[in-house]
Design a binder for this molecule. Structure first.
Ligand code: SIN
Length: 540
């Protein structure tokens, strides 16, 4: 499947956008004012992680709050590893980001006086989370997607999955490594096309599916992180996987989150004996930062041998609960749990990847003209632990920055008509053993959960490392011999991301934020704290 030159039809654009969540759509809408955009998304456009974000978007929009307070909460959650200039850059732009979303037609809940109804979540010392009931992401996705679909300069292609980025280095061109577009699989036809572009924007989201239990939708297989790594971009801090403390525990509840906003409105975590257990773990008790709450639940489960703990919001008035949390209320009811009367069974699950592709303040990676924003990136905002509801804000701020830089640069970027080879399948044949994909996928997710989960040890990481090396070889062989399909591409990317997580976790010999290891339980000197940085050997 190496790509020699012969002519599959080019799908050229000024800008190629990969991904249809908040960052991809916002960026596309901004650059489409002056450029021709092709946006590809591997399933239906609304299946982005944004669509499932319940809590909301944190920003300073009330007189009771200050930018300095939001910065302080972000830095505290980040456990000494945030880049302060980036935190300031993002938080200072919070109110403008909200204004932009309102302009694009997003609606946030209001209070009786017409001001924003602000929620609170773990790690926030003030109410500052703008929300749309408990389905904020769905509202944002609705508004932005409608605009993108209607825009004459945006071509939106669903069920088109990027295989790999096109770069000048791969094409054998001289000069610094530059992004030139991507090879993209048309999932319905099974054909791979060359999409050439003068600038490329990655907004493919996170990698929760690398773990057995996750709050993420099925699309979250780390595709952008893996592709950028293969293309030579730096990736950092992959050990910092955020486990959301409260995912619904029920045999039929696949990946359903119980928003932290429930604790923000007074929800209390109890063990099976009905005891509220968070107070001894942290002064903010149930509203402690997420890493603390997830570890506390893990400890309680191991101590009691129970399958879940319980989130109890029954002290709030039933009508108010139904109005404030309609999505959660409805889903729980379908499974026989009435949250107005019953404590909700919950467990932690992989939720957010704080590491990713390294970008600068313009949202550019270290592959020239490859921009990125959202969960796929590591900007320096989250440090070792993301503050709740900071991610949608980060997506908008960096999509805006990247769009501004792209538009400044576009007039000087030549059209791509160089020697970029069309895709060539070589001797690849149809696989008669698709079971290899499901088997390897299950194996990765299970050992990542057991060995690279909430609490780690050197020995568990070494076991995971041995397994991923074996699997990588098997998956690579399969990839080169058989015709590609979306599940095979996802498996290949998932294996790469698992390797990056294991590698970063093995390098960090301390416990900091979301990385907790029994062999190195103390937090090192903050002055000396560094990101764990990885580059593909070919890029060094
Ligand atoms: C939640 O609603 O608890 C999720 C919010 C977030 O992950 O930022």
């Amino acid at each position: 499947m190496s790509p020699p030159a012969n002519g599959s039809k080019p799908n050229d654009a000024d800008v190629l956008v990969l991904g249809s969540g908040i960052a991809g759509l916002f960026y596309a809408l901004r650059v489409a004012a002056h450029a021709r955009v092709v946006l590809v998304t591997k399933k239906q456009a609304a299946q982005a992680a944004t669509n499932f974000a319940q809590g909301g978007i944190a920003a300073v929009v009330s007189g009771d709050d200050t930018v300095e307070d939001h910065i302080r909460d972000t830095l505290e959650a980040g456990a000494g590893l945030c880049r302060e200039e980036i935190v300031r850059f993002v938080i200072e732009r919070g109110a403008d980001a909200i204004a932009s979303l309102l302009e694009l037609g997003v609606e946030f809940d209001r209070d009786a006086e017409g001001g924003f109804a602000l929620g609170r979540e773990g790690g926030h010392k003030r109410r500052r989370v703008l929300h749309h009931r408990d389905a904020t992401g769905r509202e944002i996705e609705r508004a932005l997607l409608a605009r993108a679909r209607a825009h004459p300069n945006i071509t939106l292609l669903e069920d088109f999955m990027a295989v790999d980025l096109l770069t000048s280095r791969r094409a054998g061109l001289p000069g610094p490594n530059r992004a030139l577009g991507a090879y993209v699989l048309d999932s319905h036809r099974g054909t791979v096309h060359r999409f050439r572009a003068r600038a490329t924007f990655l907004a493919t989201g996170g990698a929760g599916k690398v773990y057995l239990y996750t709050s993420n939708p099925d699309i979250a297989s780390g595709d952008g992180i893996a592709m950028a790594y293969r293309a030579g971009a730096s990736v950092a801090n992959m050990e910092f996987i955020q486990f959301h403390p409260t995912c619904l525990f029920h045999s039929q509840a696949k990946s359903f989150l119980i928003s932290e906003a429930v604790r923000g409105e007074g929800g209390v975590l109890r063990n099976a004996a009905g005891e509220a257990f968070m107070a001894p773990y942290h002064p903010m008790a149930d509203l402690a930062p997420r890493d603390v709450v997830a570890r506390a639940i893990d400890t309680e489960l191991k101590r009691t041998g129970e399958d879940s703990v319980f989130l109890d919001i029954t002290q709030r008035e039933a009508g108010w609960l139904r109005e404030r949390f309609p999505t959660i209320h409805q889903r729980c009811l379908e499974l026989g749990i009435d949250l107005t009367r019953d404590p909700i069974p919950v467990v932690p699950a992989a939720h957010y990847c704080c590491g990713g592709v390294v970008t600068d303040m313009r949202g550019e990676t270290d592959v020239v003209n490859l921009f990125a924003a959202g969960e796929v990136t590591c900007t320096g905002l989250h440090g070792a632990n993301r503050l709740a509801s900071n991610s949608l804000l980060e997506g908008v701020v960096f999509a805006e920055a990247a769009a501004t830089e792209t538009l400044t640069r576009l007039p000087d970027l030549p059209a791509i008509d160089g020697p970029i080879a069309a895709w060539h399948e070589g001797a690849a044949t149809e696989s008669s053993e698709a079971v290899v994909i499901t088997q390897n996928w299950d194996e990765i997710r299970r050992f990542m959960w057991n060995y690279v989960g909430i609490v780690r040890t050197d020995k568990r990481l070494a076991r995971a490392q041995r397994r991923i090396v074996l699997l990588r070889d098997e998956i690579t062989e399969y990839y080169w011999n058989f015709r590609i399909t979306p599940p095979l591409l996802e498996l290949r990317n998932l294996a790469t991301v698992a390797r990056l997580v294991i590698s970063c976790a093995s390098q960090r010999k301390e416990s900091r934020g979301l990385h907790y290891t029994l062999d190195h339980p103390g937090r090192g000197d903050d002055e000396l704290a560094e990101d764990t940085l990885i580059r593909h050997p070919d890029a060094l």
